[in-house]
Design a protein around this ligand. Structure first.
Ligand code: PAF
Length: 282
């Protein structure tokens, strides 16, 4: 497995695979890889002849007061995980390689991004859409793999690919959880011992909401209230949002029907802002 830092090296590698008629999968990541990322790489390896993992903490998707500087990084550990999982290439560029002097072109979206994380992180999805488009143009994969933990990101990327006629398939992969239910995230490393204990309230509230809907509750307000009440039992937990939306449009719904996304974002003290969700088809 190779690690390369330039766009030209990626292009050369992919070109040689294409000459052999091989298919290519891309797993876009910001590094500090965990079991969740590994599940994406495993899926890509099982479906594609060659797999590229991009490992790039994208400055453009962080707001000015967010955690760009402290975001965890460990390329050596990432390389080991990728190698063991059977990836063929890691693309690990410097920000200057991705955003050359004078960079001023962006991919942006309306509608889907004016909800959930898009409200509390106003520049986030513009940064995600821009970097993901660039990665698609650089690698030109047949398929790209994204986690369902970032459910809004997955919906946004699917919409962008459809709207802009990008010639690849987007594959969503299930959330991977710790033994106690907490969704795996690179940001879990920010948690203190006490914060980690209290953070399990996210998945507990997700499991509660899911059970209520599975048991027949169709009023989103009742489900959201029960989830909020449960989250608020933890003194460190500060709710950013608890929402139930249509899983394609990301807009609020008055009755639970069709394919719904129930998504939450919760701050644990000043340690970390974590997200979790469930998707159900009624
Ligand atoms: O989900 C992530 O880690 C990032 O948002 C992505 C898709 C790699 C873009 O930087």
């Amino acid at each position: 497995m190779k690690i390369v830092k330039t766009i030209q090296e990626v292009r050369n590698e992919v070109k040689s695979w294409r000459k052999e008629g091989l298919t290519v999968g891309l797993v876009p990541t910001m590094g500090y890889l965990h079991e969740g990322h590994k599940s994406l790489i495993d899926r890509a390896v099982s479906e594609c002849d060659r797999v590229v993992v991009s490992d790039f903490v994208n400055p453009m998707q962080f707001g000015p007061t967010e955690d760009l500087a402290s975001y965890p990084r460990d390329i050596d550990a990432d390389a080991k995980l990728c190698e063991a999982a059977g990836a063929n290439l890691i693309f690990h560029p410097e920000p200057e390689e991705m955003y050359k002097d004078g960079f001023c072109s962006f991919v942006d979206m309306t509608g889907l991004t004016n909800a959930l994380c898009g409200l509390s992180r106003p520049v986030h999805f513009r940064g995600v859409c821009t970097v993901v488009s660039k990665l698609f143009n650089i690698v030109q994969p047949d398929k790209a793999y994204f986690g369902e933990k970032d459910a809004q990101q997955l919906a946004v990327v699917k919409r962008m690919v459809k709207d802009l006629n990008m010639p690849l398939e987007i594959v969503g992969c299930p959330i991977i959880r710790e033994a106690d239910g907490l969704a795996k995230s690179s940001r879990n490393t920010y948690l203190s011992e006490e914060g980690r204990k209290q953070a399990v309230i996210l998945s507990k509230s997700i499991f509660l909401g899911k059970k209520m809907v599975e048991d027949g509750e169709r009023d989103p307000e009742k489900v959201k209230k029960a989830m909020r009440d449960l989250i608020e039992t933890q003194p460190m937990a500060k709710i950013d949002y608890v929402e139930i939306v249509d899983n394609t449009t990301m807009q609020s719904i008055e009755k639970i029907e069709g394919e719904i996304l129930c998504a939450i974002a919760v701050k644990i003290g000043d340690e970390a802002r974590l997200i979790d969700n469930f998707i159900l088809k009624i």
